[in-house]
Design a binder for this molecule. Structure first.
Ligand SMILES: Cc1cc2nc3c(=O)[nH]c(=O)nc-3n(C[C@H](O)[C@H](O)[C@H](O)COP(=O)(O)OP(=O)(O)OC[C@H]3O[C@@H](n4cnc5c(N)ncnc54)[C@H](O)[C@@H]3O)c2cc1C
Length: 530
């Protein structure tokens, strides 16, 4: 590349950094700080076209696209992704020389541009054709009714990972976004987590969760690389996933380049006694609050603290967001509920007063709160050699070396407890975290036993918003051609893996852009899926 097109070398290098784990499916690359978006689709062309959900501005076909028996079906699938006026460009293909190709293009609604008599071209100009069928187009032909929304004002309720990533995705597209939170600062809910791991889920059958988390981790790492300070706010340290209990089974697919299945994993020798595991080369730790603040700091976004939304009310083409006293906090054409469990509570309450939300009760996935607590402590100097050099997860997770204001700290988490139960004491949660540590890293547990039993550790706790199927809920809430109420919530235990993916999906749906996921996978995240 450097020799043949030196001007592209830098671009190729940028792309090269993200060129890993290109398994069959969609892969979204956010380049140039998200200003350039590339969706790479790997697999069978026909299947991939059928998995698209967008209205193209232009379609380019180039040789080696040659007319074959499959061609009519391909062009039909392609036409499904076009709107009236979509430009058609053919490179290295002359329909004039391929009557079958020309006939099929016409059959599915494409037509050649009128020839330019001034330039002396007699034949219709297929090189600059367009999609313009002589029949009326149905709005529902793509199986979803959303057309591109005008780029206006959007209010986002909730300034955690979900709300801030939605705000950033919309602001990048030109929206004026106001993010409201009941607290005085961003990231005071579950996203106040001091440090979290971003690691793809793997399964022997490559289930929906595995595929979604893989897509989400890729996009989260791109954001972390762009917005955070390496070594301070995040580090692509690699993560060892230990198989604790049971017989370890290799996953169906390798989630990322560098993910290895090993009996004696290829990590530093000193830690090989830990046994079998998966080494996630691209795994990372991230401080969520740093990311939330970096997202909210983007042009086009205003953060509004101390703004607890108690009601939303239609006023002409706008929505008014009201506090408990009925004061208007904010006015916008579109609203995104990204306030975790608070979103579902608010929506259930509002369905009785708003005709726009009548669907909610029957179709929103059910959710519950899942409490969790992390145990943490500063490292003495020098650091005890029993700590691994990288995060380890499997039965809870140990993140061993995170820089905080006073030095380096380790974090061990996390406990789980449904919020329908009487809240466990902090001491009991510390004991649960210790039990996890004993399974995960028995040698280290011996070294930390005294600290755990002396009850001298710090802790951090909050509640996750978990849906019944453990997948987030994203998309429009009012069933109309131009929906104005949207949801992005239910990140569960994987806000770092899901938030960017969900924000990109929501922004793509608002703009009728290509989606970051195959339609079928995206459907598993629909807000009104129950
Ligand atoms: C102990 C623990 C460990 C975890 N570890 C990890 C991990 O390692 N990796 C990982 O990916 N994830 C982890 N998670 C999960 C992760 O923290 C969450 O998935 C994520 O933070 C959820 O983000 P959110 O924006 O949906 O919710 P939140 O961060 O809870 O944000 C919701 C916001 O909405 C605001 N709000 C609520 N109601 C209203 C209202 N009516 N008006 C205005 N504002 C309102 C709240 O103040 C809050 O700021 C962990 C969670 C816990 C508790």
């Amino acid at each position: 590349m450097e020799q043949s097109s030196p001007q592209l070398a830098e671009l190729a290098q940028t792309l090269g950094q993200q060129w890993f784990g290109l398994l069959p499916g969609f892969h979204r690359f956010l380049l140039d700080h998200g200003q350039v978006v590339l969706t790479l689709c790997v697999g069978n062309t026909m299947g991939l076209l059928q998995a698209q959900q967008f209205q193209a501005d232009a379609v380019e076909l180039s040789a080696p696209f040659t007319p074959t028996a499959e061609m009519p079906w391909l062009l039909k699938a392609l036409a499904r992704c076009c709107r009236r006026g979509t430009a058609l460009r053919l490179h290295g293909l002359q329909p004039a020389n391929h009557p079958a190709l020309r006939g099929t293009l016409v059959q599915f609604g494409f037509r050649a541009a009128p020839n330019d008599s001034a330039s002396g071209h007699a034949a219709p100009d297929w090189v600059h054709g367009q999609f313009d069928p002589p029949w009326a187009l149905k709005n529902t032909r793509q199986g979803f009714a959303t057309s591109a929304l005008p780029i206006e004002r959007c209010a986002v309720i909730g300034a955690g990972l979900a709300g801030a990533s939605v705000a950033a995705a919309l602001a990048r597209r030109g929206w004026q976004v106001r993010v409201l939170d009941q607290a005085g600062a961003p990231a005071t809910g579950a996203s106040g987590l001091p440090v979290g791991l971003v690691v793809p889920h793997v399964s022997s059958d490559d289930c929906v969760l595995s595929r979604l988390s893989r897509a989400g981790v890729r996009m989260m790492l791109q954001n972390a690389r762009d917005l955070l300070t390496l070594g301070k706010d995040w580090a692509p340290s690699g993560v060892l996933e230990r198989q604790v209990g049971g017989t370890p089974k290799p996953p169906a697919v390798w989630p990322q380049a560098g993910t290895q299945w090993t009996d004696k994993f290829s990590v530093p020798k000193a830690h090989q006694q830990l046994g079998a595991g998966l080494w996630h080369h691209q795994g990372a730790w991230i401080k969520p609050a740093s990311l939330v603040n970096a997202w909210l700091d983007q042009p086009g976004i205003t953060f509004q603290p101390h703004a607890k939304v108690a009601n939303v009310r239609r006023n002409g083409a706008d929505w008014e967001l009201l506090d408990a006293l009925g004061n208007v906090l904010c006015v916008a054409e579109r609203v995104v509920f990204a306030n975790a469990s608070g979103a579902f509570d608010l929506l259930y309450k509002l369905q009785h007063s708003s005709k726009y939300l009548q669907w909610v009760d029957a179709h929103l996935p059910t959710t519950h709160g899942m409490r969790g607590m992390l145990s943490w402590q500063m490292h003495p100097s020098p650091i005890d050699a029993s700590f691994p050099a990288f995060p380890v997860n499997g039965a809870g997770s140990m993140v061993p070396g995170v820089p905080i204001a006073d030095g380096l700290a380790w974090f061990m988490g996390s406990s789980y407890q449904p919020d329908s139960q009487a809240e466990r004491s902090d001491l009991d949660n510390q004991a649960i975290n210790f039990e996890h540590l004993q399974k995960l890293l028995p040698h280290l547990a011996q070294h930390l036993a005294a600290e755990f039993s002396a009850n001298t550790l710090h802790h951090w706790k909050n509640t996750r918003c978990v849906t019944k199927d453990r997948l987030p809920a994203v998309g429009p809430l009012d069933v109309s051609e131009q929906p104005s109420l949207w949801l992005c919530a239910g990140m569960g235990s994987r806000g770092l893996s899901f938030s960017v993916l969900c924000a990109e999906l929501l922004a793509a749906r608002m703009g009728a852009e290509p989606w970051p996921l195959e339609a079928k996978l995206a459907r598993s995240l629909y807000a009104l899926r129950a």
